[in-house]
Design a binder for this molecule. Sequence first.
Ligand code: CP
Length: 308
Amino acid sequence: MALKGKDIITLKDITKEDIEFILENAEIFEKKLKNGPLKLLEGKILATIFLEPSTRTRLSFESAMHKLGGRVLTVSKDEMTSLAKGETLSDTVRVIEGYCDVIVIRTPIEGAPKMVSDMVSVPVINGGDGAHSHPTQPFLDLYTLKKEFGKLEDLKVAIVGDLKYGRAVHSLAYALATMGTEMVFVSPKELRMPDSIIKVLKNEFGVEAEEKEKIEDVISEVDALYMTRIQRERFPHESEYEKMRSVYKLDSKIMKNAKEGMKILHPLPRMDEISPELDATKHACYFNQAHNGVPVRMAILAGVLGKI
Ligand code: CP
């Protein structure tokens, strides 16, 4: 696959071969890591520019770069750069590109990673832009599903929660559609998957996902529940968030109707949508899913830097 030099901004145009390439190489890296860190990206530098909070995306990219023998420069608060003095993001990234070989950027501004990628010559990876897109998260979601089930076809996944503002689920829907995984969307009416995404799924992927409002309506028929939090920071008014905040609470009572091998995923962080009583059950995959971010992001970095 020709990932070398590419930007990863959205998964709208991703191919099945692209996804399989990343997943296969992630598996290879996971095995190789058992013998210790690698030197594949020795001499290369990753710049992580995170203008919104992150634990998993930033740290797993940074861990991946370290484990490949590369180095990391990080900007985790705009207050700590000349952005705080009024320098524009475009000037900032034009400077940072001279210090690194690849950039991962997270920003509240939808479309900003695309703008940055048009401006700099190093590959740009979108680490999440507002409520729009989070295109590397689905690789670890699919990697986790593949590890659990040994396949991605003939599976039915319910995507549950805030499908309006959740950028990870927007990207995940495209990835699952690409791999032929059946989806059902579960959300309150107010937080439905945006029509723009439903239209792309229908017209470009030939996928028409069912829509439901209750977990109880799908729990017995799905192979995986992909839970998500209500995205408090995206609501225009706190009062609207308060109405939605605890709309889903997955607990052992609801889980009684789940298939024996049903798996629970979550991009994390979670609020109260998965009861901690489920953490020790065979259904819970979310912490492994977060850990899978390292080999998956090793494959992404090695790919865009032309080393695999
Ligand atoms: N899943 C995810 O994007 O987590 P962070 O916000 O912690 O990066």
